[in-house]
Design a protein around this ligand. Structure first.
Ligand code: AMP
Ligand code: MG
Length: 345
């Protein structure tokens, strides 16, 4: 199949073209503020199944439904708690996915048979225009082949999906760079299933303390089932193995320099970019600038594929603000292979 690249030179026409492909059951790579998604008509079971095929995605990993406004919540969800409406009013459009009870109209192919559905309204003019023009909720996971780092620009989308899908809409690089924050509102208390573009602290300022699912910070025990099915898979991973080093920047830089050899890949903070002579160095932003790190972390992870790099070390921000999401993506890319230097190292 030839994959069409749709530019935003004429935005209304581009949205109409992408919407027509979606309405016909096709797959479109769509820019959002978080990462690029692989979209299909979320009410068309056959189209949704094609997402799983194109990605090589496990059949038990449900998709997020993307809507153009909070008023659509009632079409797809039941028993919507007041908190959900409050959060939508404050944070939508934006990088927050809420897990709610689903209505029957949502196909099993989207929820993988769960009684709940994840819903979000993306903060991106192209995504919103396409969804509105299509007139249907768009089911979209991240647009990478399963297990790979998520795409944060149209070129990444094509790297993984050229020839497998009908089109990619080029909306430029993503402003946030990591996926949405997933909050489960179907239990007794709200629970964070995945840290993402909306910091946990912003949610806690509204809801009070939120339980963080264990799968966010630790590997699962053998046979353990996470609440967000996607959290159990190795994810975001480049081909070379990754080791994450946590602790103060100067300590982690020294540790990595002592363990790196020629041809080692390094993901580091800008301050340490010159500390690894002979290595393939990818600075991802100043150590205090977690927003910049979020924008660049997936590109850095991707950039080692197709090079001679056989091992990768990464500095890692602390678990605060967007740092929680950046650290989670790095640790998952590393399969939780972590060297912790915090205490007396
Ligand atoms: P992706 O968009 O590729 O980041 O994947 C969507 C993420 O949302 C995966 O981690 C899913 O497991 C999670 N997810 C989607 N729907 C649900 C749901 N109903 N309950 C829990 N997690 C969900
Ligand atoms: Mg994904």
């Amino acid at each position: 199949m030839k994959t069409e690249l749709i530019t935003m030179a004429a935005p209304a026409r581009a949205a109409e073209r992408a919407a027509a492909i979606l309405r016909a059951g096709g797959l479109v790579g769509l820019p959002t503020e978080t990462v690029y998604g692989l979209g299909a008509d979320g009410l068309n079971e056959a189209a949704v199944r094609r997402i799983f095929e194109a990605k090589g995605r496990p059949q038990d990993n449900p998709l997020i439904l993307h809507v153009p406004e909070a008023a659509w919540l009632d079409r797809y969800c039941l028993d919507i708690p007041a908190e959900a409406r409050d959060l939508a009013a404050r944070f939508w459009p934006g990088p927050l996915t809420m897990i709610l009870k689903r209505r029957e109209i949502v196909p099993d192919a989207v929820t993988c048979g769960l009684e709940t559905v994840g819903v979000r309204c993306p903060d991106h003019p192209a995504a919103l225009a396409v969804i509105r023009a299509a007139g249907v909720p768009v089911a979209a996971p991240s647009g990478n082949r399963s297990g790979r780092p998520s795409p944060t620009c149209a070129a990444h989308m094509l790297e993984d999906m050229d020839g497998l899908i009908e089109a990619v809409v080029d909306g430029g690089p993503c402003g946030v760079g990591v996926e949405s924050t997933i909050l489960d509102l179907t239990g007794e208390r709200p629970r964070l299933l995945r840290p993402g573009g909306l910091p946990l602290e912003a949610l806690e300022a509204v809801l009070g303390q939120i339980t963080v699912d264990r799968a966010v910070t630790s590997p699962l025990a053998a046979g353990e089932r996470p609440r967000a099915p996607g959290m159990k898979y190795r994810h975001y991973a480049p081909k070379a193995p990754v080791t994450v080093v946590t602790g103060a920047g100067a300590d982690t830089a020294r540790y990595i320099r002592d363990h790196a050899g020629p041809g080692t890949g390094i993901i580091c903070f800008d301050e340490y970019a010159d500390s690894f002579p002979g290595c393939a160095v990818r600075p991802i932003g100043a150590s205090a600038d977690t927003a910049e790190q979020a924008r660049r972390v997936f590109d850095a992870l991707r950039s080692f594929d197709g090079t001679a790099v056989t091992a990768i070390y990464a500095q890692c921000p602390p678990d605060a603000g967007l740092g929680l999401a950046v650290a989670n993506r790095l640790k998952k890319a590393a399969g939780f292979q972590i060297v912790a230097l915090e205490e007396g190292a």
